[in-house]
Design a protein around this ligand. Sequence first.
Ligand code: 9YT
Length: 133
Amino acid sequence: MIVRTIEDIKGTESEVTTPNWVSRRLLLKKDGMGFSFHETIVYARTETPMQYLNHLEAVYCIEGEGEVETVEDGKVYPIRPGTIYALDRHDKHILRARTQMRMACVFNPPCTGREVHDDNGAYPMVETYEKTV
Ligand code: 9YT
């Protein structure tokens, strides 16, 4: 069994920081679960365009408030604690955080660890992954 705490992740290679969010990757590809599991803190008053072309992601809001927009149809969904959104169509989307948000995120296939968004707002396939922060 694997047991970890968020404190185990802080300050390690499994913590990835960007201007709009910090992602603490509690479970990664190397853990062999078939998915990765992250806690992501999204900073207040930020707007982040994303599209995971190579992954499916589900995002569950634990704290904070904001909205997510699917770019293709312009629909805007409020996000508050207890809301999950699942990018089942590799949807191009924009996450707007009104307050700081704490999210639990699951990725399939699993992230390897150091992924940050490329110019398309995507993470590369693990096989071709080279970028580091
Ligand atoms: C909320 C969101 O998707 N932020 C981007 C970071 C991503 N969730 C990650 O790598 O943990």
